[in-house]
Unconditional design. Sequence first.
Length: 161
Amino acid sequence: MRVIGTNLRILAGAPLAAAALIALTAGSASAAIPVNKPMSGKATYYNDAGYGACGTRINASDQMLVAVSHTWWTSANPNNDPLCKGISVKVTYQGKTVTVPVKDQCPSCDSTHIDLSQPAFAKLAPLSKGVINGLTWQFVRSGANGKTLALSEPVTGSTIG
């Protein structure tokens, strides 16, 4: 009987341990996004239309947006990922800067490669260039109207979809 009692205590404690683990790791996903940390990398462009990884309709041939590497996504369901909650990418190349919201995931991009929509890419270089090497980009927080916020400002309003 003593063995059965011990096993029951272990089984009863398992859900509590699982809940504690979830609570402890719940906040770590957004911490994985290095907001305001400049990175060097490259950009390509795409023109897909349909639903982006954030679960909203996109058209990369006429909307300003970016798809970031799958390595930055931290949620099993990308619709709930912190990247979809007011995060944009600020890209600078040869004195030109554009800030675009994260709306999609790039499965073939490494961590420093971003895939811009056609109009976003065109603000930095001609589409005929195809690949922009040597650019600087960083994750930034943006408000509901797409305006870049200082790190200390809270993100308010609803996410644009």
